[in-house]
Ligand binder design. Structure first.
Ligand SMILES: NC(=O)C1=CN([C@@H]2O[C@H](COP(=O)(O)OP(=O)(O)OC[C@H]3O[C@@H](n4cnc5c(N)ncnc54)[C@H](OP(=O)(O)O)[C@@H]3O)[C@@H](O)[C@H]2O)C=CC1
Ligand SMILES: N[C@@H](CC=O)C(=O)O
Length: 781
């Protein structure tokens, strides 16, 4: 039986609805025998710290006020989550505890760690009680009965025994983070982010298989994603780099978190409790992932030079101030980077061996593969200089470069540094779905095209998919002989197999290119987005899916800073979506798009002169690669209806497919049945089309298939269908296969903007997909 430990931080438990979200995660992801380590809810620890400070200052009124505040917050959580006896019991215990706190403060018997421990105790007790009301057999543990330290050292054997006998396989165990006991039974705390440490400690004692740190970010990013929108979430980060980041101020992981995992195979992942479906970052053992680039900021630190620093002393100092301390040597000198609030304590502890050499410093550290550090150090120095940031001290080591500055590295400056230093030399994994008519040409063009794009990005095609088989190679498929690799190595797959392979990819960026005509494949897009993949679609199904689904997909992409390009889904390689976006972004207002948006129907109508039957021409269009896999998708007008909807949504209109009027270019009788049935009855199509031609000729006109999207005040016209047009008109004289988009806008009113050219065909479509890939890479650069 596998055992897992899940840790939920304060922000994950900041309100009753967050508790409910956490409970949902537990219900869906945990089984009996798993442990849940919790921090204090929301800002409870900060409030308890304030209470302690008021107590130390002898401010009885403030102590009372804060006790009342805590009582109100905790009672509210209890009352919102529990009812009846369960609620009454917890409320009564809370009252007792807070009364004890008040009287201990009055009698000058308050103990700091014991006071702080309440936060975690309240969380664990409430979460366990709430899980029980949901039918989960949950047990609540105070970690002071599980973890004991003697003179600051963990009593490993005792703790292991305590944990192994506590954590049975019948319950979900909710354990307090952050706290432990000393050998006298007094409460001790495990330092800032101590709950992460509690989780990995517990995992090592009970020999768990995995630890999930559930937090408010989706994983480990190249920089703080709250400050820099283009921060890259890494799927895998080595323990060494994670450790270094923690010492250099990255808030996601604490340096101590990793130490219990040393020499174990316990898997550690960092994931978001706000977005449980999002793919996590896995913190892997050295050598299981390539080193990545990061930039992390430092705020309000002091630089202390230390003489004769002893082995283990930094660890002891960190323990003392309950905060990680970064240290480094320059020549014979050793420096400590200490959070300014603790400098006094550190200097005092070092008893005359410490000199303050810089105070109130800010700065940043660039962590990178060792062969890149020197060049990044130089680039960063120059950049800081151009941004007029004075570097007071700097240090370069094998895995990082450190800059200490007077000026705070704010979000804008961090974004500049990140864009110039971090988003270089990265890899993009490409997964291509659909190796049919267009897909094969796209792959054939890939080799040359990728070599061209490679100058700015390392691009590897890692997956090729057909409807039933896939070829996946995480290190890249050799495109010059993919067919023989396919013959030998392609395997059948399920959706879960595909998502697992994508989830394992250790690339900074991933893109799924959908060149299928499959609705079911398009329905996987939300899963791809959860796995941090950008999307490029020639397939029109997602773009024309029901509006709710479509909007959810868009929001999900936006939340993750992911791109979706689909320029070839309308007009093949023609830059229609680019043009519309460009006009709108420049402030224009588009009022009408009219024209012929189907290569197949354009080719058929222009080519038809009666010398061959219409159905014969349909088969030729299919051979030429113009039609959809089932040409009835074109003849029914459905394909052009989809294109009009994609354009309408790009113009910000909230429409669904059936809001677009449609008249088909084939008799309804041919819509049902198989393609073979269609072929057997194709004369019905010929009769239908000849009648249309005759009706048009009677008016001195010719048959075309056109579409229009028009906004006039509150009136919207959206339709595709058969049109009889003047023989001399632009629509009548289209080169067979061409599309034409006539765009009228505020700026192009009387003399419209016209985009015209091949609207179907495998080469132009494949080229259009390359253009989308190129566009994506420009954004990622
Ligand atoms: N032809 C054109 O000019 C243009 C086409 N497009 C669009 O390009 C897309 C591809 O068209 P085309 O190449 O003609 O189509 P094809 O039918 O020739 O090829 C489709 C490919 O998709 C694969 N496929 C089907 N279902 C799935 C699935 N569920 N998972 C993975 N792969 C799947 C098929 O696999 P298998 O090999 O196993 O059958 C096949 O390789 C369509 O969406 C079309 O609308 C867009 C613009 C222009
Ligand atoms: N079948 C489509 C192909 C492009 O989307 C067409 O004919 O336009």
């Amino acid at each position: 039986m596998t055992k897992a430990v899940h840790k939920f931080g304060g922000s994950s438990l900041s309100s009753a609805s967050r508790y409910q979200a956490v409970a949902n995660i537990i219900l869906s992801q945990c089984s009996a025998g798993d442990s849940i380590v919790v921090s204090a809810a929301g800002k409870t620890t900060n409030t308890l710290v304030k209470l302690w400070q008021s107590h130390v200052q002898g401010d009885a009124q403030a102590v009372n006020d804060i006790v009342l505040q805590l009582q109100a917050q905790q009672s509210q959580l209890i009352s919102e989550l529990l009812q009846g006896e369960a609620a009454r019991e917890l409320l009564a215990t809370l009252d007792d505890e807070l009364r004890t706190v008040t009287s201990a403060s009055q009698q000058a018997q308050l103990h700091e760690a014991t006071l702080l421990a309440h936060g975690e105790v309240w969380s664990a007790r409430l979460l366990a009680a709430y899980l029980n009301t949901l039918g989960v057999q949950a047990r609540n543990w105070d970690a002071r009965t599980l973890f004991t330290l003697h003179q600051g050292q963990l009593l490993e054997q005792k703790n292991q025994q305590a944990c192994l006998s506590a954590i049975d396989g019948e319950h979900i165990h909710v354990v307090t983070g952050f706290i432990a006991a000393d050998s006298e039974g007094q409460t001790v705390t495990l330092g800032r982010n101590g709950s992460d440490y509690s989780a990995t400690l517990l995992a090592s004692y009970i020999r768990a298989d995995a630890v999930s740190i559930w937090t408010d970010t989706q994983g480990v990013f190249s920089t703080d994603p709250r400050k820099v929108a283009s921060a890259i979430k890494y799927p895998k980060v080595c323990r060494g780099q994670a450790n270094l980041l923690a010492r250099l101020g990255n808030p996601v992981l604490h340096a101590k978190t990793l130490s219990p995992l040393k020499n174990t195979a316990i898997k550690l992942v960092v994931r978001s409790s706000y977005d449980p479906e999002a793919s996590p970052t896995e913190v892997v053992k050295e050598g299981y992932s390539k080193a990545k680039r990061f930039i992390t900021t430092l705020e309000n630190c002091d630089l202390v030079r230390v003489e004769q620093l002893q082995a283990g002393e930094v660890r002891e100092l960190s323990q003392l101030i309950q905060h990680s301390i970064h240290h480094f040597s320059q020549g014979a000198e050793v420096f400590l980077l200490v959070p300014a609030a603790f400098t006094h304590q550190v200097v005092h502890q070092l008893q005359g061996r410490a000199n303050l050499v810089g105070s109130n410093l800010n700065g940043c550290a660039v962590v990178a593969p060792s062969n890149e550090v020197t060049s990044l150090y130089q680039q960063a120095r120059q950049l800081l200089e151009t941004q007029e940031v004075v570097v007071r001290a700097s240090h370069i080591a094998q895995e990082y470069a450190l800059f200490l500055t007077d000026q705070l590295i704010d979000a804008d400056l961090l974004a500049v540094l990140h864009d110039r230093l971090i988003t270089k030399g990265q890899e993009l994994a490409v997964i291509i779905a659909g190796l049919g008519n267009v897909g094969e040409v796209f792959v054939a063009q890939c080799q040359e095209q990728i070599a061209h794009l490679q100058q700015s990005f390392d691009i590897k095609v890692v997956g090729l998919l057909r409807s039933n088989q896939m070829l996946f190679a995480a290190s890249g498929i050799t495109l010059s002989n993919w067919q023989s690799q396919w013959q030998n190595e392609a395997v059948s797959y399920t959706k879960a197999d595909l998502l697992a392979r994508i989830g394992e990819l250790d690339y900074e960026h991933k893109v799924v290119i959908d060149i299928t005509a499959s609705e079911s494949f398009s329905q996987l897009y939300p899963d791809f987005v959860s796995a941090d993949c950008h999307l490029i679609s020639a397939n029109k199904y997602a773009g024309t899916a029901p509006n709710d689904w479509y909007q959810q997909l868009r929001s999900k992409l936006q939340e993750r800073n992911l791109y979706w390009r689909y320029n070839t889904s309308v007009g093949a390689g023609l830059p229609i979506n680019f043009a519309l976006a460009d006009l709108q972004n420049s402030g224009d207002k588009i009022v009408e798009v009219e024209g012929v948006f189907s290569g197949t129907l354009s080719w058929l109508c222009s080519r038809y002169d009666g010398s061959e039957t219409f159905s014969e021409l349909v088969l030729q269009a299919q051979q030429l690669g113009y039609t959809e896999p089932d040409p009835r998708e074109d003849l029914s007008g459905r394909d052009m209806q989809r294109k009009l909807l994609i354009l309408a949504r790009d113009l910000g209109l909230t429409l669904d497919l059936d809001d677009i009027e449609l008249s088909p270019l084939m008799p309804d009788s041919l819509a049902a049945g198989s393609w073979q049935d269609f072929l057997a009855n194709r004369t019905e199509l010929d009769t239908f089309y000849t009648a249309q031609v005759a009706a048009a000729a009677a008016q001195g006109k010719v048959v075309r298939y056109t579409g229009i999207l028009q906004q006039s005040g509150a009136t919207l016209t959206a339709k595709v269908g058969i049109a009889f047009v003047e023989p001399g008109s632009a629509l009548a004289n289209l080169t067979p296969g061409d599309n034409i988009f006539v765009i009228r806008s505020q700026w192009y009113q009387n003399n419209p903007l016209v985009i015209q050219g091949p609207g179907a065909g495998k080469e132009v479509t494949a080229a259009g997909i390359h253009s989308d890939l190129y566009w994506l890479i420009q954004q990622l650069k």
